[in-house]
Ligand binder design. Structure first.
Ligand SMILES: [Zn+2]
Length: 363
């Protein structure tokens, strides 16, 4: 994700923080300062924020562990003001699995809220209800309030909130997946409008969240639309067949020539039998050129850790590999021999052409 910094790696999952989380920090800081104009209050508020961090991370690991049960890995976790985002390698396609993964996050907050509630009850630490808020009450009471807030926000039935996924999963049990997504996205955008409008009068933070929800709904609907347009399309129909392949012994200078002549960015490297043995990416080429050793050949710069796709596969499955793997170009093979290339860009071109053909003619 853009505009995010990595802060930790837990159980093989990278945890990132998005810069917009800083707005939340500022807002909390201002809220604390405005009460008594004491800097100590601000420091305490920020410290409290770090605990919220931890709670959000636990929430995300709830999703992550539930997904792992269905054999789905987590690519990374990003902390956003609205709660955080665990990017899964793929989304569970069975509605029941999506439901479990979506609910597992808020379930962590329910457990935490119950634990804090029990502690407060046992220690007799409850203040009168009207004094409890995210910024008021004892430390433990505020933790309780934070969990309650996270549960409510995340269960809003709107993408990208967990509630949006819960809604889609419930709808998908009765309708086709794409239709369920479209409906869930529309409901989510309706909620975003209401949220944004209320926010104008109540709390600017709500307007910000409404914006997130609006964009999230649009992205989700678009993603599913794209996928359904590609289902069953044979790779033959859109793979790149005019491209330049390299030999391991080619000099890097030759490749530079190809690049400047306008060939593709990533080059497949084949042996004498036409078998793919590596990929020379733009980065690989630039890094090798930076070493300034004129004797370097393709074999010294190519990446031997690459993915391929078989000609008999369909584009929707191949696209999944392009999006989740670290490969930007997929060599297409037939019986092990290189026959074409598939890139995100040419899949995009295919979609544009398909859309243009479906558009009602003008004049
Ligand atoms: Zn969640």
């Amino acid at each position: 994700m853009k505009w995010a910094w990595r802060i930790a790696r837990i159980g093989g999952v990278d945890v990132f923080i998005h810069f917009t989380f800083l707005f939340l920090l500022v807002w909390i800081g201002i809220a604390h300062y405005s009460e008594r104009q004491e800097l100590a209050d601000v420091a305490e508020g920020i410290g409290f924020m770090l605990v919220i961090f931890l709670i959000v991370v636990l929430h995300e690991f709830g999703h992550s562990l539930a997904a792992r049960r269905f054999g789905i890995k987590t690519k990374d976790i990003t902390l956003l003001p609205i709660g955080g985002l665990a990017r899964l390698e793929r989304m569970p396609e069975k509605p029941r699995q999506e439901l479990v993964v979506a609910i597992a996050g808020p379930a962590v907050n329910v457990v935490l809220a119950v634990v804090f509630g029990i502690i407060l009850t046992l220690t007799g630490g409850w203040s009168p209800v009207e004094e409890i808020s995210v910024t008021g009450g004892s430390f433990m009471e505020r933790l309780f309030a934070v969990n309650l807030m996270l549960i409510i926000f995340n269960l809003l039935p709107a993408f990208p909130m967990d509630g949006g996924r819960v809604l889609r999963a419930l709808l998908a049990m009765r309708k086709p997946y794409a239709e369920a997504t479209r409906l869930a996205a529309t409901i989510g955008q309706g909620i975003a409008l209401v949220l944004g409008f209320v926010g104008l009068f109540v709390n600017p933070m709500l307007v910000f969240i409404a914006l997130f929800v609006w964009v999230g709904a649009a992205q989700e609907a678009q993603g599913v639309e794209t996928k359904s347009a590609l289902i069953g399309v044979p790779i033959d129909e859109l793979m790149i067949t005019r491209f330049q392949a390299l030999r391991p012994t080619d000099a890097l200078e030759t490749v530079v020539g190809y690049v400047l002549e306008g060939f593709q960015v990533d080059f497949p490297v084949i042996d004498g039998q036409g078998q793919v043995v590596g990929i020379l990416t733009r980065n690989g080429l630039l890094n090798a050129l930076a070493r300034r050793q004129p004797e370097l050949r393709v074999i010294d710069a190519m990446d031997t850790n690459f993915c391929v796709v078989d000609r008999s596969e369909t584009v929707d499955r191949a696209l999944q590999r392009l999006q989740t793997g670290d490969c930007s170009t997929l060599p297409v093979v037939d019986g092990g021999r290189l026959v074409g290339l598939l890139t995100v860009e040419n899949v995009g071109e295919f979609l544009l052409i398909k859309q243009a053909r479906m558009r009602p003619g003008s004049g």
